[in-house]
Design a protein around this ligand. Structure first.
Ligand SMILES: [Zn+2]
Length: 229
């Protein structure tokens, strides 16, 4: 679920004493463009917490599901109800990538899933507790049990010794070896089919993410968190 910010609600209708969003601008989960959605609320499905609504993207015409929160603090404060769009990618993100992978410890998947759940229900204390558990689980996976009594900071200091961060790069060196079939494709000495072209683009994406996007993202988050306190 992804929250729709109030500025993206283009119009409302009155439902009882409530102003319910009618037209919304949002990134579409199907075509990922910024489309407009005319919501058809299903008033029969009203329960105490929320109202379900469906709306089709103005661009790709594919339907999306929306939830309008009814028992929200914002309503008691006289504000408009919060609206969420069901966006499978926004919901699961990395969870989809780590679920069911053998190399990823199950307690990490569990604690990350819990962190995601509590953060979506806006329980900030529980989010902090689960975030700490995720960090501990990541560290334990690489450092092993022997560092159990140490602080998170100490464990992070040790992390680079126990995780081989250069491995993905070494794999690439192998892949682009002059004798490899992959290198021959890059040199146009070998034909490339649709699937391989897709794999090549995925590889570029992964490489750029690993070398540039991730370090930049962690730096910038570090800076924003430090600046706030
Ligand atoms: Zn769309």
């Amino acid at each position: 679920m992804r929250e729709i910010v109030p500025g993206s609600v283009l119009s409302h209708i009155q439902y009882g004493y409530l102003k319910v969003p009618k037209k919304i601008k949002s990134q579409c989960p199907s075509c990922s463009k910024s489309g407009e959605f005319l919501l058809k609320a299903n008033f029969y499905q009203v329960n105490k917490t929320g109202l379900f609504a469906e709306g089709s993207c103005s661009l790709c015409k594919k339907p999306s599901v929306f939830v309008i929160m009814l028992n929200d603090d914002s309503i008691n404060n006289g504000d408009e109800p919060r609206v969420y769009i069901y966006d499978p990618l926004a919901t699961n993100g990395p969870l989809d990538e780590i679920q069911g992978k053998k190399r990823i410890p199950q307690d990490l998947v569990r604690s990350y899933r819990s962190a995601l759940n509590v953060s979506q229900s806006k329980d900030h204390s529980a989010t902090a507790v689960m975030a700490k558990r995720v960090l501990e689980s990541v560290l334990k996976n690489f450092n092993g049990d022997k560092m159990n009594g140490q602080t998170l900071a100490e464990q992070f200091e040790h992390l680079p010794k126990n995780v081989d961060l250069s491995k993905p790069i070494q794999v690439l060196s192998h892949l682009v070896h002059p004798d490899s079939q992959f290198y021959k494709m890059l040199e146009l000495e070998r034909e490339i089919d649709d699937e391989t072209a897709g794999l090549i683009m995925e590889l570029l994406e992964g490489l750029i993410e690993y070398l540039f996007v991730l370090p930049e993202r962690i730096d910038s988050l570090h800076e924003r968190i430090e600046k706030k306190y």
